[in-house]
Structures are given as structure tokens and as C-alpha cells.
Design a protein around this ligand. Structure first.
Ligand code: SAH
Ligand code: DHB
Ligand code: MG
Length: 221
């Protein structure tokens, strides 16, 4: 099934997705620099871009930059005076991302902040940074609840929070799991279900990146 669904992703891509030269170059540079190929797919990147445009995002926060592939998709949705902040633990990944963003012409609008995202987010809350219209959470899964809590402090009613990799081949069903990523994702579902400020769903996905899914949550108040 996954092979066939990857071919369907190619079909979707050929019909609907214009992956610009900077996006293709970013994936090439990531591979050349030894970054793991765990970026969102082109179809998913385009979906994130459409979400950003649908909410009219002027400020976007991303947790987990890698080489900036998803960052470029999101950054392209911003107006000229928009801003994207993306958080990355690994200095080498951040350097590759900055170069990819510069090649995409997005370095003015997109800022990569290096360090543990929990720390960077705490600093942003303490600095009372202006609210973000869209938050894309895609870093270490054990920290997902902490990222969600920070996102709630850094958004406004109407903001959209998107979390990647919430299904992972169905492993979220394993109640006996000791995998910290699975436990982190299960804790995320529990936290969202108990959070009256969020209206949420999760959508399973197949395709080039296998069986996985996104959690989508709209901030209510
Ligand atoms: N959003 C990217 C993929 C991100 S992969 C894309 O789709 O193109 C997950 C990233 O989270 C990796 O680059 C990893 O280094 C980073 N990460 C892991 N733990 C982190 C932490 N504690 N703080 C910030 N980033 C972290
Ligand atoms: C992994 C992380 C991701 O964010 C992703 O989209 C796919 C895989 C990982 O850590 O294996
Ligand atoms: Mg991911």
C-alpha cells in the first residue's frame, strides 16, 4: 500500500504542486549535508502553505526546522511584511536551513533560532512576543505537550496549531508502549482533549512519507 500511495503522491504532485527550484534545491542540500530525510512531503508542504493562506497568516511559528523545507512552504504564504520564527536544536541543521532560506529569498522574513525549543519558547513567552496566526509543531515528540502549552500562550483566538507525525503507523494505539515518542503523542491527544481553548481533529495521511497524520487545532479563546 505504501508503494502505491507514494505513486499517488507523485500523481498529485504532477497535477497540483509546483515545487519551486528553491524547494527542490533545499532537499538536495539537506541530503548533501547529511540531514535525515524527514521533511514533510511536497503535498504536505503545500497543504501547510494553503492553511497559512486560509488563516491569512502574517506571523508563523515553527518548532523543528531541520533544513527548512517546510519553512519555505510556509514562508511563501507570508505577505511581504510577514514574519516566521522557526526553532531548531541542532546548529548544523540551522545553518543549512538559513542557507536554504536565503536561496529561497526568504531570509528577511524567516528567522531560525537555535537551541532547545522549550527554552526558546519560554524566552518568547517571557518577552511577550506578538501572537502567531499559525504554529507548526514538528520537533521531538516527547515535548509535544510542552510545545502545545507554549503555543497556547503565543497565539490568539482564531489561530491554527498543526502538529505533525501524530499517527506513526498506528503506534499511538499501543497502550503498552514505552517509546517516548509514542507516549508524547498519546499525551498530546489527552492534553488536547482536555483543553477547552482548542477545537481539534486529526487527519491520517498516507503517501511518500508512509502512514502518519496531522493534528489540527483552532484556538478558541
Ligand atoms: N519541519 C521540518 C522537519 C523537522 S524534523 C520539515 O518538515 O522540513 C524535526 C526537527 O526537530 C529536527 O531537525 C530536530 O533536530 C529538531 N529537534 C529535535 N529536538 C528538538 C528540540 N528539543 N528543540 C528544537 N528542535 C528539536
Ligand atoms: C521523524 C520526525 C519527523 O518530524 C518526521 O516527520 C518523521 C520522522 C523522526 O524523528 O524519525
Ligand atoms: Mg515531522
Amino acid at each position: 500500500m505504501s508503494a502505491a500511495s507514494a505513486i499517488v503522491d507523485a500523481y498529485i504532485g504532477a497535477h497540483l504542486i509546483a515545487e519551486d527550484a528553491a524547494l527542490a534545491a533545499a532537499l538536495d542540500h539537506n541530503a548533501a549535508e547529511g540531514l535525515p530525510p524527514i521533511d514533510v512531503s511536497a503535498a504536505q508542504g503545500k497543504m501547510l502553505q494553503l492553511y497559512a493562506r486560509m488563516v491569512g497568516a502574517r506571523r508563523i511559528l515553527e518548532v523543528g526546522t531541520l533544513g527548512g523545507y517546510s519553512t519555505i512552504w510556509l514562508g511563501r504564504a507570508l505577505p511581504e511584511d510577514g514574519q516566521l520564527v522557526t526553532l531548531e536544536l541542532e546548529p548544523h541543521y540551522a545553518a543549512v536551513a538559513r542557507a536554504n532560506l536565503a536561496r529561497a529569498g526568504l531570509d528577511e522574513r524567516c528567522e531560525v533560532r537555535v537551541g532547545p525549543a522549550v527554552h526558546s519558547l519560554g524566552a518568547m513567552v517571557a518577552a511577550d512576543e506578538a501572537p502567531f496566526d499559525l504554529v507548526f509543531i514538528d520537533a521531538d515528540k516527547p515535548s509535544n505537550v510542552a510545545y502545545l502549552q507554549a503555543a497556547l500562550m503565543l497565539t490568539r483566538p482564531g489561530s491554527l496549531i498543526v502538529v505533525d507525525n501524530v499517527v506513526r503507523d498506528g503506534r499511538i494505539l499501543d497502550t503498552a508502549s514505552t517509546d517516548p515518542s509514542v507516549l508524547g503523542t498519546q499525551a498530546l491527544f489527552d492534553a488536547v482533549s482536555k483543553e477547552p481553548r482548542l477545537d481539534a481533529t486529526a487527519i491520517q495521511t498516507v503517501g511518500a512519507k508512509g502512514w502518519d497524520g496531522f493534528l489540527l487545532a483552532r484556538v478558541l479563546a
